[in-house]
Every structure is written in C-alpha cells, then in structure tokens.
Write a protein that binds this ligand. Structure first.
Ligand code: DGP
Length: 134
C-alpha cells in the first residue's frame, strides 16, 4: 500500500524499534506509548483492520500478542497487559493497517483503559439480540 506508514515500517523505509519478526507478523514499540513497553503487533501484508483480515492472519497475530504479553511480563516486570484493537474510524482507529496494541500494565500504574458501562435497558437488549440473530 502506498503511503501506509506501517507498510513503510515493514519494508524498512522508516525505522522502528522492532521486537519480533517472522514471515507473517511483526511487533515493534509504539512511538506514542501509553505505558512502558507498549507494543504494536501487525501483519506484514496490508489489511485495513479485523474486518478484512483472513482468519489465519488473525490467528497468528493473536499468538504473537500472547508472546509479547509474556515478554513484557518477563523482561519489564509488567504484572498484566491489555490487548486492544480499533477496527474502523468510529472505533478510534487512526492508522489503517491492521494492528493490535499490547499495553503492559504495572501495579498502581494509574491507567484506566477499561469500560464504564451502566446497566442497559432490558427491552433494548432483547431487540438487539433479535436483530443479531435474524
Ligand atoms: P490506533 O489508534 O489503534 O490506530 O493507533 C495507532 C498507533 O500507532 C498509535 O498508538 C501511534 C502508533 N504509531 C503511529 N505512527 C507510528 C510510527 O511511525 N511508528 C510507530 N512505532 N508507531 C506509530
């Protein structure tokens, strides 16, 4: 893909702090880290997001996300990690080359990356279920 920043990273046209590389997948440090060791895991082929990526690519990415999560626990002393993906502009995706964030978490790191949902309307949930199963 012309002009895709992550394709340029894959092709070595722009530098990155590479941590993992195989024939399908790469992982490198995010330039705008949310925590120490924040990594991105991407396919080498260009896919826009989860919606257009083949299942075998997603399977490999998920294995490497686990590997990277275990790496930050082992090497950086993270006590946990979040694996986060944005698929689509309205889901806050900003780089349109599929990627998963592996965000290391540390005891008392003060980050709050989780949902703060409130109890949903039961009728609406029923309607949505009907639509999804229709
Ligand atoms: P998202 O909102 O999920 O599309 O996040 C894209 C991430 O990509 C964001 O955390 C910053 C990171 N990023 C953007 N450009 C570069 C780059 O050139 N190099 C690296 N290492 N990360 C980048």
């Amino acid at each position: 893909m012309n002009n895709c920043i992550f394709c340029k990273i894959v092709n070595g046209e722009i530098p990155c702090s590479k941590i993992y590389d195989d024939e399908l997948v790469m992982s490198f440090l995010d330039v705008n880290p949310t925590s120490d060791g924040h990594l991105l895991v991407i396919p080498k082929e260009h896919y826009e997001n989860v919606a257009d990526a083949p299942e075998e690519v997603l399977t490999r990415i998920s294995k490497i996300c686990k590997k990277m999560g275990l790496l930050v626990k082992d090497k950086l002393g993270a006590s946990g990690f979040n694996i986060i993906n944005a698929s689509g502009k309205d889901a806050q995706q900003s780089v349109f080359h599929l990627h998963f964030h592996v965000v290391p978490r540390y005891k008392n790191d003060g980050l709050d990356l989780w949902f703060h949902g409130k109890a949903g309307d039961k009728e609406k949930i029923k309607e949505i279920k009907k639509k999804l199963l229709s």
